[in-house]
Design a protein around this ligand. Structure first.
Ligand code: UDP
Length: 470
């Protein structure tokens, strides 16, 4: 008797924390609906995350019985990007070796129908458009997964189409579906053209073959980016499926689900939460610059003294590789109201009652997490799409403030940061922003709840997939 075919997606994540996190969450939502998932990233990333996640000798236990992990090679199995001489060299090697090893992996999964369950669709991070070509060589479906906001995808698509001249020649840009953006509010790879050629190539190459994709999945929600989503839907088979944060924080149906994140950083979850437990409601400033961004030493010093001088409680994530930028001696010895950690369970921290605001680099995951959990932000973007995200946080979604950088030395001064903290934590304007943050939180919950916009889009994706795979 022929067994019923269950749709099988190979989900290919780019090896970076901010990319794998949302793809894991999306995989879990698909698995919850009965889809089989093979979750793939580079061997080097899996190995690093295994070393840092207790007892995690096999990533399979993290997710669900429907999710299995596999790896491809980036050409640097021992160390990944850090083992390469430059990002440009890493990218060139990864793009070649990754393409080949992905092809080998799909070949293996197709042979003998692999437990009667050949791959039907490759869902790949938009940073790796070559994965679409591999999927098409096997005659299977391809869905591109965008880990950045649609506002930013739209900008990069315009650059790819040569509709934005580089180096930038205008002071202001009006793109369809977007608010007016000053040149300096565009992602840093455009405004500071030439600054990171490797990343520039990756971000502007994301949509080079998007016309061949069967779906474009975006980690955002309709209510948040309505106009640009409407515009992009005219040219792409777009479905918004976010916010991709652990369902337990959002979806009533999945309260029993566990927040199994993976990380390449060591963390002491209990110590962070215990520290927060005896702090008064909304009294703590949580500070993090995500997994990659590093403020300069001068900026770190200004922020350190601002936090101390504000006289509020603060929990500050300073990754191990950044700790040498902290002021030495007296500062560290007199931190009565602060806790500095190298990594923390960010979602648990953001949902903790004691947290009153989030000083953030505005990486897209952190921004979405703050929006979904109703935590107001103080934006301190460093580079990349963070610059544009910060503009939206402050001026479009009205759920945060932005620290102004001194024009002369490019550093936000401690007094300026203290003013922002006081405005957020102690003023009427802060309360207004907090109310707005709650509005976005409710809209986010509605979008993933039964019948909500993202929930419906995921349902549609699953049934379209089932039809194609049947
Ligand atoms: N994160 C975390 N603990 C930390 C700092 C960050 O779990 O101490 C998570 C955070 O919740 C988010 C991701 O790491 O999901 C960072 O992604 P984001 O897009 O915000 O920034 P990136 O690291 O890509 O710059």
């Amino acid at each position: 008797m022929k067994t019923k075919h269950v749709a099988h997606c190979l989900v290919l994540a780019y090896p970076a924390q901010g990319h794998i996190n949302p793809m894991i969450q999306f995989s879990k939502r698909l698995a919850h609906r009965g889809i089989n998932i093979t979750l793939v990233t580079t061997l080097s990333f899996w190995n690093q995350s295994k070393t840092n996640n207790n007892n995690n000798n096999d990533n399979n236990f993290l997710f669900s019985p429907n999710i299995h992990s596999e790896s491809i090679s980036d050409g640097y199995d021992d160390g990944g990007l850090l083992a390469a001489a430059t990002l440009e060299i890493y990218k060139d090697t990864f793009w070649k070796v990754g393409r080949q090893t992905l092809s080998d992996l799909i070949g293996k999964l197709m042979i003998g129908n692999y437990n009667n369950n050949p791959v039907d669709c490759v869902i790949y991070d938009s940073f790796m458009p070559w994965a679409l070509e591999v999927a098409k060589e096997f005659g299977i479906l391809a869905a591109v997964f965008c880990t950045q906001p649609c506002a930013v995808n739209n900008i990069y698509f315009h650059v790819h189409k040569n509709l934005i001249e580089l180096p930038l020649s205008e002071s202001e840009y009006s793109l369809p579906g977007s608010v007016k953006l000053l040149a300096e509010e565009l992602p840093s790879f455009l405004y500071e053209y030439g600054s990171y050629p490797g990343y520039f190539d990756i971000v502007t190459g994301q949509f080079s073959n998007v016309h061949k994709a069967d779906w474009v999945l975006a980690n955002t929600y309709n209510e948040l980016e309505q106009e640009v989503i409407e515009w992009l839907s005219k040219i792409w088979p777009l479905k918004t499926i976010g916010p991709c944060i652990p369902s337990m924080y959002l979806d009533k149906r999945l309260q029993d689900d566990k927040d199994y994140g993976i990380s390449i950083h060591n963390q002491n979850i209990d110590a962070c939460i215990q520290w927060l437990n005896d702090k008064p409601k909304s009294s703590v400033i949580y500070v993090s610059f995500g997994s990659m961004a590093g403020p300069t030493e001068k900026q770190t010093e200004e922020l350190a003294y601002a936090l101390k001088n504000s006289n509020h409680y603060f929990m500050w994530v300073v990754r191990a590789s950044e700790q040498n930028k902290l002021p030495k001696g007296k500062f560290m010895d007199t931190l009565e109201k602060g806790l500095i950690v190298t990594w923390c369970p960010q979602l648990q921290v953001l949902t903790h009652d004691a947290v009153g605001c989030f000083i953030s680099h505005c990486g897209w995951n952190s921004t979405l997490e703050a929006l979904c959990l109703g935590v107001p932000m103080i934006a301190m973007p460093v580079w990349s799409d963070q610059i544009t995200n910060a503009k939206y946080v402050k001026d479009v979604w009205n759920m945060g403030l932005k620290v102004v950088v001194d024009e002369v030395d490019g550093v936000a001064k401690r007094e300026t940061i203290v003013d922002c903290i006081k405005e957020m934590m102690e003023s009427e304007k802060g309360n207004e922003i907090r109310e707005n943050a709650t509005k976005w939180k409710n809209l986010a919950k509605n979008s993933v709840d039964e019948g909500g916009s993202s929930d419906k889009n995921i349902e549609d994706f699953v049934s379209e997939l089932a039809q194609c795979a049947a």
